[in-house]
Structure formats: structure tokens, C-alpha cells
Design a protein around this ligand. Structure first.
Ligand code: DGJ
Length: 725
């Protein structure tokens, strides 16, 4: 059993972790989350403070360990004497925002909850999953806060969500309601988060928590390139293999916010959820609101184990099941090969040569529809441009299939160009505030997906194109952030709901598309990796990691992404050199070795490659195919960070039985007297391995390590495969 009712509260157990909450008086306290413990109470370890200032509000003198401002809450109050960052703010009809929920009861059920239109992890076949819902009610306002905990025992993951029910007779407005609050009785942690920008996504920052507030957010209407909705807290001395590490993901693709506050009493509070800045949800009597899910894991074996727990969970409980073990095609995408300058003949020329070299799918990127010759027009006109494709998409797709390849297509369903038939027919479909000139981004506007008729209209166009041609793959792009957030269909007192309703509209469309076309492989994209989150991964098992295809830059981007996400969901391609983003030249071999750490593909015109480069492709594809299972489903061990002053990066994939190890390493710059890289491999000491005909003991690999010699030159990658005999 994963969830227990204890004498004073509840205990949630996974294989290696325990989570405890206990009622004290009328409150629900958070007493422990960490490595598995058998005890059912941890009240002794919680942080309590004895004030000599007895008029301190919220301090109960008859019970001297009881002070609202220092106790660890399961979900905080707002406006009473807990002065730390609140997870919730509810505005009453009289303008007050105080809420002080008291424990009322709890319900336990098997399986997962229905978050009504929001993505949620699913239970694997035969996997036992239980959910606990604990109800707290504010007696004065009759606002109920229901805390949900779904325990994936075998995966060491707990999924939290929060529901708010208005049980009063008056209408209220939710101004903030976060998915998660987590209080810690320590503040001496390091804070890890993944920040970035366009073409520089998910760089790792690790800093000690400082006194006061810190955090990150997105107000862009979508996840954004700037901050992934993920963070970790770990011991100051935690490494990849040792120390305590907590990880948190918000399963959401809209505006998000994480606030972390340390206080004078040495405690830490974290809250994470939909950003309060673009949120105000009107709740009528009897109505309810449910937050997105938040995923939690913990490891006392370091940051590497924390990442691997999320990798397994994302692969096996979030990404669409049909793609879990299915082979992903090695694709060639024409974006960097042609940009907007292509026609059927050119695409078929690329496809023909690519198929001869072993590439399995052609993806036709931006520009095939309307009259789009550059990025100024036609978004929303999802029918082919006959001047490029005289016989239409079905004909092109069939021709590609005749070459033995699959065919994929690009769309940007959430967008509308002012120069488009759709805009001329329905200018009101674009997000706009009447009387105000809207901001263009990449010359385009965003469709109002909070309106069902707008989503329906785009679905119909998508359904038509996807059902009339053999299309196996869809790259779903999103190339600008939201501005002037407003919907002409919402009344004034519901405009604060717009940003979240937009995200629900996106999820609805994705859900409809993947349900109607269950064999369609969806690759999410947002100007590269601007919408890389576990919400999107519920519909698309892979996401274009970054528009930066330079191998050297990709080492950091993919390494950083791996802190929170599995390699099986990172789109990675070999592109032409000099690289279009950095103007850097790296060898064809390095580019392939780095792109293999993801869903492998090419993004160039194969006909323009040198003969030697073309000749290398069949072996690259064969190597990837041979090791795809190990790369995508093996355990990832990060061995050497490429961040900071490091010249190197190294990581390895290890099979479950430890009999196979695939090691990749990279060196940035060569020197006249280069130093070699030594890494210890996560080998089984009891096994004997062989690599390139050389036999070596597992204990040598894991204790003495291996020396990696790169030779002369810059931006070099190497790869070694160890197999136990
Ligand atoms: C941004 C994407 O990240 C690129 O890969 C490409 O699809 C362009 N959009 C097309 O406009």
C-alpha cells in the first residue's frame, strides 16, 4: 500500500521515499519528505520556534510550539499570521482576501484523478496507483481547498494538484492558486534551475539559497525559453552520485511561477503553479477550479538519480504510450536546407538521396501553405501552395513513401498572419483588445484559443490535411509569445481567466489531433525549445530542443535539458556548416555524435554535402539504430559537466542489467599540450566488458576509470561502446 492513514495524519510511501503530513489542532502540517522512513510520525523533526514576544499574532501561548509563521504547512494560509509567500489568494465579495483553511477530512481512491482538460500522468499497465484527496475548509468563507496526491509507488514520484471549491453563497475570485507548496525545515540548500533564451535553452544555474525571496517565472502565455517549469533543491555538497536532491516539475505549458523564500527561522517555503500575474478566476457558488499537476521526486543518491527518476517517469507515465518503445524515424528536415526556398522537385531531390543513405522520413517544414514565401503571411491558411506543390501534399507524401520513407509536415496551429485568408474572413479570431493596436511578433498574431469555435476551425483544417495524405509526423510550432491577453468572448470580470483558457484550448486541440490520428508522431516546437515541459510531453513524445543546431552549443543545451527531461524527448539534428546560428565549423563526425543524444535526424541538403560526408551517413544511421534503445531507454549518467570552466562534457547510457555502456564525450578546444579526460564509468564491478576488442574489468572502469584521448583539434566528440561478455 502506498498511502496510509496514521494516528495523526497521512503517510505516502514510494519504494525509496516517504512523505508525511500530520494534523495539529485544526491545521495540516507538512512534517517530512525524503528518504523512506518506517516511522509514521515525524513531528519531532519539524521546526518550531518559541517566541518571547507573546503578542505575536498566530502564537498560541497555551501550546508554546505553535506559531503560524514558523510551522511547516502542507498548504499555507493567506492573510492570517503566516507571513511567508502564500500559495493561494481568494478575493471575497467584500474585498477581503483572508483564507485560513482547517482540516476537514480525506478521501482515498485507486487510480488517477480527472483534471478536466489538463494533462496528467497515467498509470502503466498493471501499475498500482493511489490518490489521496485531503480537504481543508476555511470556516468563515466556506472556501474548500482540496489537496490531491497521486502516488506512483514504483516510480518514486508523487503528483500533486489543488482544487478549490466555492461552498459559499457568494461569488469569489481566485487571484492565485498554486499547484504545490513545499515547506522545508532547513534553508541550507542549493537551488538548481534551467534558464535560457532563444537558441540557448535550459542552461544550468546552481546557487545556494540566499536569505529572502528567489524564483523564476514566465508571463509569456506559454512556458517560454527563459525558464523551464522545473527546479531542484539539493545539499550544498550534493554531487551527481551523492547527497539529497529534490526535484519539482510543473506539468503546464502556460504562464508559470515558482517562488522560494527562506526565513529567519531557517526554513524554506516553495510554491509553484500558474503565474498569479495573468490569473483571476471567477468562482460562482458551487463552482470549482483545478490547478495543473506538479511532479515531485527525491533522491538521497544525488542529482543523477533524481534526474533518472524523472526520465523514467516521463518516458513511461507521461509521453504517449504508443511511442514508449516504438522506433522513432531518423528524419531529414528541410528548414535549414532550404528555408522558404523550395518546391516539390527540390524536396523530392533531398528525399531521394536521403533514402539512399538510410534516412527514414522527410519533414517538410514552414512554407508549404497559403502563399507563404517568407514569414510575413499565410499562417491560418492550412492548404497547400500550388505554385510550390502543383499536385498537392497528398501527391508529395505518396512520392516520398514510394522512396521507402515516411512523410512529415510542419504547422503552427495557434497563429494567424494578418495577411491570410483566415484573417480576412475572421479578423476577430486573433487575440486583440478592441480599440488597441495589437503587437506583432514575427509578423503574426495569436489565435484566441480560449474560444471553442476558433479551435474547431483550426481542427477542421488540420483534420483535412492530415486525413487526405499519408502524413506520419507533425511538427507543431509556436513562434511568438502572447501579448494584449484578452478575449472578446469573455465578460470584463472573467478576462483574468484568458491566459489559462488559452492553454486549455491548446491542450484540447492537441488531444483531439492525437486521438483522431493515434499513429501520428507529434514533435512539439516553439521557436526551438520554448515550450519544453511535461504538459506538452503528454501529447508529443519529442520536442525540438533548440533552434541552435551548433554541436558545441548543443552539448550544453542537451546536457542542461537532461537534468529534468529524458534524452528520448530531445529533438537533435545534424546541420550544415558553417553553422547557421553561430557560424562555427565542427566536423561532420562531431555533429553526428552530439545529435545522436536525442531523437536523431538531419537538417541540411544531403546533395550539397561532400562525398565523404554523404558516405558517412549510412554508418551514422546504422550506429544510431543499433543503439537507439540504449540511448532512449537506458539510464543516463552525467559524468562531466560542460558548464563553468570545463573544457569537456561526458555522459553515458547504461542498460538495466549494466551489461551495455555507451559513453559519449566532448572536448571544446584543443591545446598544444592537451590534457586528457578521465571518467569513471557506472559499470558493474563484477562484469568483464569489451570495447573495440580490448577487454576490461567492470571494477577497473568504475574505480580507476578510463582515459579519453581526443587528439588535436577543436570541438571533438568521441563515443565508446562497452559490452559485457
Ligand atoms: C521555428 C522552428 O524552431 C524552426 O525549426 C522552424 O520550424 C521555423 N520555426 C519555421 O518557421
Amino acid at each position: 500500500m502506498a498511502i496510509w492513514k496514521t494516528k495523526t495524519g497521512f503517510k505516502l510511501d514510494t519504494r525509496n521515499t516517504s512523505y508525511l503530513m500530520e494534523t495539529k489542532e485544526k491545521y495540516l502540517l507538512h512534517t517530512y519528505y525524503g528518504a523512506y522512513i518506517s516511522d509514521e510520525s515525524a513531528q519531532d523533526v519539524i521546526c518550531t520556534h518559541y517566541y518571547n514576544f507573546n503578542s505575536y499574532p498566530g502564537y498560541d501561548w497555551s501550546s508554546p510550539s505553535f506559531a503560524l509563521n514558523s510551522l511547516p504547512w502542507e498548504y499555507g494560509t493567506c492573510g492570517v499570521a503566516d507571513y511567508r509567500v502564500p500559495p493561494i489568494r481568494v478575493r471575497q465579495a467584500d474585498g477581503s482576501t483572508v483564507i485560513d483553511p482547517h482540516y476537514e477530512g480525506a478521501e482515498l481512491f485507486d487510480g488517477i484523478p480527472d483534471l478536466e482538460g489538463l494533462p496528467f500522468p497515467y498509470a502503466d499497465d498493471g501499475e498500482r496507483v493511489q490518490t489521496l484527496e485531503v480537504t481543508l475548509v476555511d470556516p468563515a468563507t466556506q472556501i474548500a481547498v482540496i489537496l490531491g496526491y497521486t502516488v506512483f509507488e514504483q516510480k518514486d514520484v508523487i503528483v500533486r494538484y489543488t482544487k478549490v471549491e466555492n461552498r459559499s453563497q457568494a461569488t469569489v475570485t481566485l487571484e492565485k492558486v498554486h499547484s504545490l507548496q513545499m515547506d522545508f525545515n532547513r534553508n541550507n540548500y542549493d537551488f538548481i534551475h534551467l534558464y535560457g533564451d532563444w537558441a540557448k535553452e535550459r542552461q544550468i544555474e546552481r546557487i545556494p539559497l540566499h536569505q529572502g525571496s528567489q524564483g523564476f517565472s514566465s508571463r509569456r502565455g506559454s512556458t517560454g525559453h527563459g525558464n523551464a517549469p522545473f527546479f531542484a533543491l539539493c545539499d550544498h555538497d550534493a554531487t551527481e552520485t551523492s547527497g539529497d536532491a529534490y526535484g519539482f516539475h510543473l506539468m503546464y505549458s502556460g504562464c508559470h511561477q515558482t517562488e522560494i523564500e527562506t526565513d529567519l527561522h531557517g526554513t524554506t517555503r516553495c510554491v509553484m503553479g500558474i503565474h498569479a500575474d495573468h490569473f483571476a478566476w471567477k468562482l460562482e457558488p458551487g463552482a470549482a477550479f483545478t490547478t495543473p499537476a506538479a511532479l515531485l521526486t527525491f533522491s538521497d543518491h544525488g542529482i543523477g538519480e533524481m534526474s533518472r527518476r524523472f526520465h523514467t517517469f516521463i518516458r513511461d507515465n507521461i509521453c504517449p504510450k504508443q511511442w514508449r518503445t516504438a522506433k522513432r524515424p531518423i528524419l531529414i528536415n528541410n528548414w535549414e536546407a532550404t528555408y522558404f526556398n523550395f518546391n516539390e522537385e527540390k524536396l523530392l531531390g533531398i528525399a531521394k538521396r536521403a533514402s539512399e543513405l538510410g534516412i527514414e522520413m522527410l519533414v517538410m517544414d514552414d512554407g508549404w501553405f497559403g502563399h507563404r514565401t517568407d514569414d510575413h503571411s499565410s499562417l491560418g491558411d492550412w492548404y497547400e501552395d500550388r505554385s510550390r506543390l502543383p499536385l498537392g501534399v497528398p501527391h508529395l507524401a505518396q512520392e516520398v513513401e514510394k522512396l521507402g520513407m515516411k512523410f512529415g509536415i510542419w504547422m503552427e496551429p495557434e497563429m494567424i498572419s494578418p495577411d491570410s485568408d483566415l484573417y480576412r474572413a475572421h479578423p476577430d479570431y486573433a487575440i486583440h483588445i478592441p480599440g488597441r493596436v495589437g503587437s506583432l511578433g514575427r509578423h503574426q498574431l495569436v489565435l484566441d484559443f480560449s474560444r471553442k469555435e476558433v479551435v474547431d476551425c483550426i481542427y477542421e483544417m488540420m483534420e483535412k490535411i492530415l486525413s487526405t495524405a499519408p502524413i506520419s509526423y507533425l511538427k507543431w510550432d509556436m513562434n511568438r509569445s502572447l501579448t494584449e491577453m484578452f478575449s472578446i468572448s469573455l465578460p470584463a470580470d472573467r478576462q483574468g481567466e484568458f491566459a489559462h483558457r488559452y492553454v486549455l484550448g491548446v491542450y484540447d486541440l492537441m488531444h483531439r489531433v492525437v486521438t483522431r490520428f493515434p499513429r501520428l508522431l507529434l514533435e512539439n516546437c516553439s521557436g526551438g525549445g520554448g515550450r519544453f515541459d511535461t504538459g506538452m510531453l503528454r501529447y508529443s513524445p519529442q520536442i525540438w530542443t533548440s533552434d541552435d543546431t551548433d554541436a558545441s552549443e548543443r552539448v550544453k543545451i542537451q546536457y542542461g535539458t537532461s537534468i529534468a527531461f529524458p534524452v528520448s524527448c530531445m529533438g537533435a539534428h545534424v546541420s550544415a556548416c558553417p553553422n547557421h546560428q553561430t557560424n562555427r565549423t565542427t566536423s561532420f563526425d562531431t555533429r553526428a555524435k552530439i545529435a545522436m543524444n536525442g531523437t536523431f535526424g538531419y537538417e541540411l541538403d544531403v546533395n550539397k554535402l561532400s562525398q565523404a560526408e554523404q558516405d558517412a551517413i549510412p554508418a551514422q544511421c546504422a550506429f544510431y539504430r543499433t543503439h537507439a534503445e540504449l540511448i532512449n531507454r537506458g539510464d543516463l549518467h552525467r559524468l562531466q559537466t560542460p558548464f563553468g570552466t570545463s573544457e569537456f562534457g561526458a555522459w553515458a547510457y547504461v542498460s538495466q542489467d549494466k551489461k551495455e555502456i555507451l559513453l559519449f564525450a566532448y572536448r571544446c578546444l584543443g591545446h598544444s599540450e592537451p590534457t586528457d579526460l578521465y571518467v569513471k564509468l557506472p559499470a558493474d564491478p563484477a562484469l568483464r566488458y569489451e570495447c573495440d576488442g580490448v577487454k576490461v574489468c567492470g571494477d577497473t572502469l568504475s574505480k580507476a576509470g578510463v582515459r579519453l584521448v581526443f587528439g588535436s583539434g577543436d570541438h571533438l566528440a568521441l563515443c565508446r561502446y562497452y559490452k559485457a561478455k
